[in-house]
Design a protein around this ligand. Sequence first.
Ligand code: SF4
Ligand code: SF4
Length: 135
Amino acid sequence: MKRQTSLSRDHARRSFEERLAAAKRSRTVEDAKFRARQAQGKLRRFVRINFRREDVIEALSLRRGDCNRCGACCEILFKCPFLKKDDDNTTTCGIYEDRPSQCRLFPIERRDLEEVRGSCSYYFIEKPVKLEKAS
Ligand code: SF4
Ligand code: SF4
């Protein structure tokens, strides 16, 4: 009887360890996916800002809200060395006046928000439907 109890304890421990390992693997996969999305986003914004200005202007016309200075967009993929954390939990850019356009214009479109895990206080409205001219 005693041996059976110790066997079932072993089994329970192993199954717990297996579940823990599976959870860790799944978290690693999620992290990798998240970082891949951030890398794609950085590249997409760079291309749009430098080569598709009109597109950017149109996309920004749908943006609403203000920056809450959370600094999440300054930590996409890596923490920017110019980012300064303030005592009140907000952040400041060390080169604010000279910051790159990619920083000035973030977020350009709704999907950019997915790279900052809900910290950004901007939001986007739907594109208004164009009404046909009445004949
Ligand atoms: S340059 Fe300034 S705004 Fe741009 S990522 Fe760094 S801290 Fe943020
Ligand atoms: S993530 Fe959004 S709210 Fe936060 S600092 Fe960047 S632009 Fe501002």
